[in-house]
Every structure is written in C-alpha cells, then in structure tokens.
Design a protein around this ligand. Sequence first.
Ligand SMILES: Cc1cc2nc3c(=O)[nH]c(=O)nc-3n(C[C@H](O)[C@H](O)[C@H](O)COP(=O)(O)OP(=O)(O)OC[C@H]3O[C@@H](n4cnc5c(N)ncnc54)[C@H](O)[C@@H]3O)c2cc1C
Length: 419
Amino acid sequence: MKAVVIGGGVVGVTTAYYLAKSGHEVTVVERESEVATVASAGNAGLIAPSHSFGWASPTAPMELLRSLTVEDTALRVNPFKAPGMAAWGIKFLRECTADRARKNTLVKLRLAQYSQRKLNEIAETENIDYDDIHAGLLYLYRDPKRMEAGVEKWKLIRDHGQPQQILTPDDVAEVEPALAPVRHKLAGAIYGPTDSSGDSVKFTRGLRAVCERMGTTFVFGAGVKKLIAQGGRIQALATEAGETIGGDVFVLSAGVHSPQIARTVGVRLPIAPAKGYSATFPVKNGGDAVPRIGAVDEELLVAWCRMGDHLRMTSSAEFTGYETTYRDRDFRIIRKLAESLLPQAADYDRGTYRACNRPMTPDGPPILGIARHDNLYINSGHGHMGFTMACGTSRIVADLIDGRKTEIPVEGMTLTSRP
Ligand SMILES: Cc1cc2nc3c(=O)[nH]c(=O)nc-3n(C[C@H](O)[C@H](O)[C@H](O)COP(=O)(O)OP(=O)(O)OC[C@H]3O[C@@H](n4cnc5c(N)ncnc54)[C@H](O)[C@@H]3O)c2cc1C
C-alpha cells in the first residue's frame, strides 16, 4: 500500500517507521527542511509514564482563572490571544471532574507504559543513540503539605503498575547528588525508577535514517494545504506549492496543525496549542553539580534533563493561540529554578531558547484511528507527553491500518471510544 504521513515530528517519523516495517511504500510530507524541528525539538526529553496525570483536573479551572490576574502561574490562558478556543475550553472544563480526570489519567498511563516499551525496543533493534538515561525521574516537592497531597495523588499511578518510591530530602540527595547542596529547600520527592529521558531530536533523526534505509521518502519544504476527498475516501493531498501527492492511506500527524488540515475534509479535531518555553545550556564540567537524571519541580512546573553535554529546561503552558514568539522575561521561571536548585549545573549565560506548542486534547489522550474517511488515520494530540507516547501510538495506528489486533486496548484513544 502507498502510505502518506503528514508531519515529520516524532509522531510522524515513528508512524513512518512502523508502516515501512510492515512493508508499505511510505512518503512523509513535512513543511520544514528536517524532521523534529517544531514541538519535538523543544521538549524536556522526559519519558515519563509516572507523569501521566491529565491536565484537566478539579484544580485546573481555578488555576486558569488565577492566571488572568496573577503573573507567575504555570498554566495560563489569555482569552484575547486565543479567541477560537471557546469550544475546546468547554470540552476541557467538562473533563475537570475527579472521575473524568482519573479515567483520562489511566488511559494516558496505559499508553505511556506501552509506548516506553516500544521506544526501548526501537532504540535497541535499530541501534539508535539518543543520549538516553535509564535511571528514573524525580518529581520534587518543596512544601510538606503539597508533598503530602502529591503522595495521595500519585497513589493512583502506583496502584496501576507504575513503580514509585517516596523520598525524603536526604534520599533525594542520594539519588541525585546535584541536589545535595539544596536538600534543605525540599520537602521530598516522588521517584519513578523506571522513567527515563533522552533527546527526541536525536531519536527522531536517527529513526529518519532507518526509515530511509527501508525506502521511505521524505518530502521536505512541502506544506500541506488541503486533503482531497471523493466517495468517502481521501484521494490525495495538495501542497501550498500546488503539487498533489496521492496515496492509498493517509496519516495525519501534523501536531498542533492537524485540525487545520483535517478541516479541509470536514473533520473537526479538538486539539489546541499550549505554548511552552524551552532553554538549552551547555553543562559545566562540575562533576556532581550536573544532574544525573531528569526531574520536574512540581511547584514551578519546570522540567529538565541532561542531553549529552547540554541541560534542557522547559516551563509553562500558555493557551495563547498558535504564535511561538518569546521574550527574555518568558524564561524567568526557568531562571528561578536554575538559581534555586541547580546554580552550578550549566553555563546559564550561553543558552539557546525557543517556544513551541504542545498539541493538547481537552481530555488528555491523543486521538488515534479514523475519523470520517476510512483511509484517513489520525495520530495527533499528544499534548505534554508526545515523546513518551509517540512510539506506542504509532504502533497502534500501524496495527489499525493493517487490520491487526492492537497490543493494548484503544479504549479512550479513538474518537468513537471517548465518553
Ligand atoms: C515545552 C515543552 C516540553 C515538553 N516536554 C515533554 C517531555 O518532557 N516529554 C514528552 O513526552 N513530551 C514533552 N512535550 C510534548 C512533545 O514534545 C510533543 O507532544 C510532541 O513533540 C508532539 O509531536 P508531533 O510529532 O505530534 O508534533 P511536532 O513535533 O510539532 O511535529 C509536527 C510536524 O508537522 C509539521 N507540519 C505542520 N503542519 C504541516 C503542514 N500543513 N504540512 C506539512 N507539515 C506540517 C510540522 O512542521 C512538524 O514538523 C513537550 C512539549 C513542549 C512544548
């Protein structure tokens, strides 16, 4: 079969990989000049099934409301910059009950656990080095009350098969020597010993080379303008330059831009952009001062991990439309984290900066499978966990295309199996 994948982020390239492995003739159509240059280039690199909690939770509406008046909230909305988000916002609010939040978290957890296994399998089979570290991740708390609430919240994940340890500040210092000098600032941490981290750009580009060896064609600099449908099937896509590319099956994995493309054939995808900031610094040759493993500060919601000789730090989630501009002050939360917990880890004067959008669904899990046309598959909406979930969702979509039984149930991941 001739398969056309739209989008060359980590999701598109992993899709291409599984389709090529199944023996299909695969073409990836990508607007940019290389794979993994958009969201897949800016993420924190955490492969974190332990962090599968849905963003839509009973506390989220209050936090979003607070962001209208308070400057430093991690989750922010600007209704003037994101005017088209009303329908998405209503769906999001509907998911903010305790019951829905629990169900959505468990769907994401099942997917993330599966996907991490697939990622490890691909990296091993194809011999891809992506600066991966398999020594767990830390979720840090500074306030004892929040830590207590955190332990209660994280029980759900632990009760569903995700290994977890509760650490005192001294334990944290042992697991992560870089935090030993600041242990007095911590109330403790949850440690996910099987979580991991790595560089999603290195992984995706390594996998692109594997795909090319299997015969996959990458068409770069080609923005998809629309899909062309006839008789309930997609016949071709048309690029902004006026070219058409035909195929037997199409997979839409264009991240935050998937809804725009889907709309050209009457399909509505509830995926909205949530902007985040990403900074990368060269590590100092400081031995123990450089973090050994990745972590999230659960108070500032800054995530970080070491990627080779660099330290990646990310922050914030702003519902402010599609733009990806940034100002120096947008990195103040990252700077605050660096100063307070990791002052000696990196050369903070030599950072490279970017902003990018997470493709968020209102409930949390990505959208997989067909929508309306029987040869248009969606693999999009991976939100804050796209590196973690990409390999799993791509294997699932390839299985659906080939009519194979998926290795895990897809309940809660397809459009029709959502409540
Ligand atoms: C700040 C931040 C931190 C994050 N941290 C983590 C983390 O620690 N762990 C984790 O698992 N996830 C994390 N994520 C999420 C993760 O990065 C994303 O979910 C993931 O990269 C989404 O991959 P994608 O392939 O769907 O999208 P993208 O990487 O955005 O790829 C989509 C591709 O489609 C292309 N495209 C778009 N429109 C068109 C068009 N019309 N025609 C042709 N091509 C098109 C784009 O150019 C792009 O290359 C983070 C995200 C952000 C923003």
